[in-house]
Structure formats: C-alpha cells, structure tokens
Design a protein around this ligand. Structure first.
Ligand SMILES: *Cc1c(COP(=O)(O)O)cnc(C)c1O
Length: 433
C-alpha cells in the first residue's frame, strides 16, 4: 500500500466499447474486462437503457418476503440459459445475492444444510483444490487455496480437505506420478474414499482456476471430478463466477464436458459488468430438501439487503438479450483462434514459460529460465512491470504474480485483440529481455 500511495493513480472518468478513458483523456483497452466482469463493452446502449427504464419504475425493494418483476423474469431466463447447455437434472432454483463471494457462501451453507435436512450426519467439511479462489469472505477463503491471499487468515478458517490443483505446467505430483494420466484425480479419489462421510460438497472452478494463475484443466479432469462426487455421495458445486457467461467459449464452462452441477454460482459477467448481482442456482433435489412446515424450521436463513436488486436484474436481462441478438457466443470462434495464434507466437519468447487459454481466458507465465521453469522472485514484480509498460502503451492488464492475464470483453474486435497481443509481446521483450 505504501508503494501504491506513492504512485500516480490512474483515475477512470469514462468508457466506450472496450476502452476506458482516464481523467487526462488517455484511452486504454480494458484487457481484463474491468476485473473479469465486462462482457459487451462499456456504455452498451441496450444495458444503459434497461437500467434507466428500471429506475423509472423502482430501483430497489427487498427480496425478503417479497419479490420484484425483473428478479422473477431473470430467474426464469437464467433457468433456461443454464438448462440449455446442461440437459436433464440441471439446476433450476435461483437464489439471489449480490457478489461472487456471497454466491459461494450461499452454496456452502446450502450444501451443508441439505445434508442436515436429509438426515445425513457428519458432513461438516468441504473438499476444494489447491490454487482455488472462491472469493474473499471467510467461508470462501476457507475453501480457497492461494497462499498469498489466504494464508494470513488461517486461524480464522474452517477445516477443508484440499485436492491437488490440475496445474500441468507445475505438476505437484510429477515426482510421484511421472506421465500424469490425471494423477490429480486419483489423489482426489483417495480423499473422497477415505473422507466422504465428512464431506458435504466439492467446490471447484470449472475448467479454469482463474485467480490461481489462469490454470487450465487437462481434458477429462472436470468430468472425472463430477463422476467422483456422484460415486461418493458428495454434492458438486461449480463456481462459474469467473468462467460463466461465455468466457470459455460456451455459456458455461461445465458444458464443455457435459457436466451438470448440483449447485452453480454465477456473478461477475451476469450484469454485463454493470452492477453487483449474483445467483446460486440449485437442483430441485437440493431445493426440495428445504421444504417443510413452518414449525420444522427448514428455512435457509440467508439474505442480503440488496439481494435480487431490480436494477441489477434489469441489466442482466439486457445482457442476456444481447447474447441472443448479437450472437455473442457464435462470434467468439475467430477471436479465440486469433488469441491462440497470438499465444503461440508469444510462447517463442525467451522468458515465456507457458501460455494457456480456454476461450477468451488466457494466461502467459513468465519465467527467468525456460528450461528449468525457474520463476521470477516475486519481489521482482515482473508481472506488474510488464503491465506498467502496457499501460504506457494504452492497454490495461492486471497480472497474477508472474502470470499475465488476458480476459477482454467478449465484444473485443479482432483488430483490438491483435493490437493487444502485439503490445504484450513488445512489453515482455522490453521488460524481460
Ligand atoms: C471473482 C471470483 C469470486 C468472487 O467474486 P466477488 O464478486 O469478487 O466477490 C468467486 N469465485 C471466483 C471463481 C471468482 O473468480
């Protein structure tokens, strides 16, 4: 913080399409979608108008004991969108909250209480992955697995079991299991076999561990994890807060491996990156466990003041309309191809150790030595140095340690994307040599 306070701050005063404009009038390409939220660009006419129209009706009323028109419309719409890619037994019951972390808290409490209502005792723990990120509230931190963010709070956290991260570039099991063969799934099964009676749910970021460093799962891993949960009677919670709404090339990452979660968490892109809103969507099976007489107290006691905010819901409805009207997902293929070609070119640079992507989510891992995969010492701030250089060139990116993150709005043009890839190549060469 001391260093940051000493720097000249960048203050955003405006936005247009994929660009942000600062108070001095400089334009920047928003290369990480304003921290992974923006989908269709800034000041998107349809979303602006939907919010303005909702303001003229009502801006907020509580969802505790009441409902509101856009919250009902959005719930109905989301169930269709989730169900479209997931065939039968898809989650259909929408529980509103207001950010990704709270959507995760809701999922954890719901999974825990589900088993209580079913009369199953002892499932007081969760299984999650090393390198996982599920948010910054204490429950979400408990299932997190990123030491720099989470270790300081260790004494405050509840107990979880941690399965290995499927991080193929730096495999934690390489010594034990040369040649992979999804050894990380075997490790997960070892935990489940021994401890399933204590585990309420597995929570996982499907296909990409984003905040962990844009770690892309090997094919089959996600499906394998889902099957293990079914086999051992553990709920499967998909945290699609980062991957949802088209980032991976499909509406939801689970669709790539025909995985149907018991509970799915959505936020970030849900409003097109305009307003804080989140949902935790559960299957009928989970929902039904909470039905009971008033006196049975099966109520799910969880509600936030701004739960189901009508302005957020109106923005989300407009965001989904644009997906359909503009064919947002259908237009991604050439952009993803362009990104992948660009990444291949970047991977030839002497200090690029690994490049990886799923859809328009990508990571470029910088190393001091390509052969040994030796990382830059983290005090060197190499990721940041490259991003500072990119800022001078008119591109806003935010690294994760030594990993440069590329996660542009889905509406980015091919010209904008290739311009950014060229600039990244220059900045890496200028900073790393
Ligand atoms: C960002 C993120 C969260 C937390 O969302 P917030 O809205 O920042 O609280 C949770 N899970 C994943 C996978 C995320 O990327």
């Amino acid at each position: 913080m001391k260093e940051w306070v000493g720097e000249k701050p960048l203050i955003i005063a405006g936005g247009e399409g994929c660009h942000l404009v600062d108070t001095d009038g400089n334009r920047y390409l928003d290369g990480v979608s304003s921290l992974w939220v923006n989908i269709h660009g800034h000041r998107k006419k349809e979303i602006d108008e939907a919010i303005k129209a909702q303001i003229d009706r009502v801006s907020h009323s509580t969802l505790l004991g009441l409902s509101n028109v856009p919250a009902i419309q959005l719930a109905e719409r989301l169930v269709k969108v989730v169900g479209r890619g997931m065939a039968c037994h898809a989650p259909t019951r929408v529980f509103y909250s207001d950010n990704g972390s709270t959507s995760v808290e809701v999922a954890l409490k719901m999974a825990f209480q589900y088993w209580k209502h079913k009369g199953v005792e002892g499932k007081n723990c969760f299984l999650s992955l090393n390198n996982a990120y599920h948010g910054d509230t204490i429950g979400a931190v408990s299932v997190g697995g990123i030491d720099v963010f989470h270790a300081a709070f260790g004494p405050l956290l509840f107990r979880t079991f941690k399965a290995p991260s499927p991080y193929c570039y730096r495999c934690e099991l390489a010594a034990e299991y040369p040649g992979c063969g999804l050894a990380c799934l075997e490790k997960m099964e070892d935990i489940l076999k021994a401890r399933h009676q204590e585990i309420a749910a597995l929570i996982i970021e499907p296909l990409v561990q984003a905040a962990g460093g844009m770690i892309v799962f090997p094919p089959g891993y996600l499906k394998g994890a889902r099957d293990l949960c079914s086999k051992y009677g553990v709920l499967f919670v998909a945290d699609e807060v980062a991957t949802g709404f088209g980032r991976t090339g499909k509406m939801f990452a689970c669709e790539h491996e025909s995985v149907v979660p018991d509970i799915i968490c959505l936020s970030k892109g849900i409003t097109g990156g305009y307003l804080p809103l989140a949902v935790t969507v559960a299957t009928d099976e989970v929902y039904n466990a909470f039905l009971g007489e008033f006196s049975e107290l099966k109520t799910f006691f969880h509600g936030h003041s701004y739960t189901g905010n009508p302005l957020g819901c109106a923005a989300a409805l407009a965001c989904l309309d644009i997906f359909e009207k503009e064919g947002t997902l259908e237009k991604l293929a050439p952009k993803i191809r362009l990104l992948e070609e660009g990444l291949r070119t970047l991977s030839d640079l002497p200090h690029v150790g690994d490049v990886r992507n799923k859809g328009l989510m990508a990571g470029i891992e910088l190393v001091t030595d390509k052969k040994t995969k030796e990382p830059y010492a983290w005090e060197e701030k190499m990721g940041w140095r490259v991003c500072y250089r990119l800022k001078e060139k008119g591109f806003l990116l935010r690294p994760l340690g030594n990993v440069l993150v590329i996660m542009p709005p889905l509406s980015i043009s091919e010209e904008e994307l290739s311009g950014m890839l060229d600039a990244i190549g220059e900045a890496v060469t200028e900073c790393c040599g």
